[in-house]
Design a protein around this ligand. Structure first.
Ligand code: TYD
Ligand code: MG
Length: 444
């Protein structure tokens, strides 16, 4: 089969790879593709519009894996014949997760084909031993040529096929190297057709590059049914599985896992990961909502006299601009001077806090550090802060309070505006209108 190169910017064709497109002049945009035979339309078998009422409704077969953190993210399990892309940094635990999933499905009588282009069957065997899983029923295939893989799969007829990773798979008809956009797109397309035709659930593992995008696999996102990202700090134990796209469920769910010596373990109570036992000044506990789950997160601040004219602001896990805004509010609306102090803020456990609901907690943490007076233990602080120094309501207040109650918090400082009649709960509610009030209440 012949191939040609097409510019991703303007769509111009070239018979050979060019560094610079001869049409639009863009650099590095040429991607190889196969020249397919012309598609002949069949006039007698054209599709006709059908009323939505006339389409038979069957809820599709799903296979719940039995790991509730995963099943929730998938929307109840793998849909039969769906194509899933699992992306993440190298070494984050994608292969480990898929092997554990495979072992669980195999245990329940499902047939698994695990295709690895990266590791030898022996290496996978070693890992399976380490996971102490009953992974005895998994068929391993060490192969990188697509047609050979599809051939094995059609012989074996597995329920789940794992391709680890899509960047190692290639089609010999394309001259581009494995992992290039052209190869990934072609192989991904073929795997998609195969999965749909044979009703084989297929998971493609894809590595994220240093630049944050799944370079080749990114081009697959529009094609596949579900895109999952496995993320987390490699130096930390926790990992978050997130659905970026899901044709069979919500994308608002996350699953939290912990990497242990014996593989990944689901974390049923993730809030405990992001709260430390520190009693020092400059720390408060606040709440975020990941998907539909409330999580409690500790934010910490440390201020010290600035040694240069230009004070430092360093934020880890917290938006830098948000920090600058909160410092301005503290200066102007509360009357606590911040011009001459360096300020470092941090979210505990390596999680990223982007929700405005953490504003009040963060501002109290900074004030607490400046006054060198600790906020009492057992208080959770929830609220968005406006430029006028007012505390604004947040969504999902009830579920946030319930989570705090579950973890044994005694008092909640919340925006008065969000206050509604609520059922009796053990947590004491302190409603505030302005940041000033909250500072006075907690720090005197
Ligand atoms: P791996 O699944 O190979 O990552 P990926 O496929 O995403 O590249 O897992 C990588 C890391 O996980 C590896 O550095 C070691 C660690 N690990 C554990 O801590 N415990 C375990 O039981 C296993 C199997 C791996
Ligand atoms: Mg791997």
């Amino acid at each position: 089969m012949k191939t040609r190169f097409v510019c991703q910017n303007c769509g111009a064709y070239a018979p050979k790879w060019l560094g610079k497109c001869h049409e639009c002049g863009a650099y590095n945009t040429m991607v190889e593709e196969l020249i397919e035979k012309k598609i002949v339309t069949n006039k007698t078998r054209r599709s006709r519009p059908v009323s939505i009422r006339d389409i038979p409704f069957t809820s599709r077969d799903r296979r719940a894996v039995g790991i509730s953190e995963l099943d929730r993210v998938l929307g109840g399990g793998f849909v039969k014949g769906s194509l899933v892309l699992l992306g993440g940094d190298p070494g984050i635990g994608k292969s480990t997760l898929m092997l554990q999933i495979s072992a669980l499905i195999a245990e329940n009588g499902g047939r698994i084909l695990y295709v690895s282009g990266e590791e030898s069957p022996y290496q996978i065997r070693i890992r399976a031993e380490r996971l102490e899983s009953a992974a005895t029923n998994i068929d391993l295939l060490s192969e990188t040529e697509l047609d050979a893989i599809l051939e094995s799969a059609s012989e074996l007829k597995p329920e789940l096929m794992v391709v680890d990773s899509i960047q190692t798979i290639y089609k010999p008809t394309l001259s581009s190297a494995p992992g290039s956009v052209a190869q990934v797109r072609e192989c991904g397309g073929d795997l998609m057709r195969f999965a749909k035709e044979r009703d084989i659930t297929t998971v493609l593992i894809g590595h994220v590059t240093k630049f944050g995008a799944i370079a080749g696999p990114k081009t697959l996102e529009h094609l596949v049914d579900t895109v999952l990202y496995f993320e987390g700090d490699k130096t930390q134990q926790y990992r978050i599985l997130r659905a970026i796209k899901n044709r069979f469920g919500s994308t608002n769910e996350i699953g939290v896992f912990e990497m242990t010596e014996a593989g990944l373990r689901e974390v049923a109570n993730p809030s405990s990961l992001f709260i430390s036992d520190s009693t020092a000044s400059g720390s408060t506990v606040t709440s975020i909502i990941e998907g539909s789950r409330p999580l409690l997160v500790e934010v910490q601040a440390l201020t010290s006299p600035a040694s240069f004219n230009y004070p430092q602001r360093v934020a880890t896990g917290i938006d830098y601009k948000r920090l600058a805004m909160l410092l301005a509010v503290l200066e102007r609306r509360v009357g606590i001077g911040v011009c001459t102090v360096d300020c470092f803020v941090n979210a505990v456990g390596g999680i990223k806090v982007v929700e405005p609901s953490c504003d009040l907690g963060l501002i109290l943490a900074i004030a607490s550090s400046i006054k060198n007076k600790a906020v009492e233990k057992g208080i959770v602080v929830i609220g968005e802060v406006g430029l006028g120094g007012e505390v604004r309501p947040v969504y999902g207040l009830q579920s946030r309070l319930k989570e705090a109650e579950k973890l044994g918090f005694k008092t909640a400082i919340i925006p008065r505006k969000g206050l509604r009649d609520r059922d009796k709960s053990k947590i004491e509610i302190v409603a505030v209108d302005e940041v000033k009030d909250a500072v006075k209440l907690t720090l005197g």
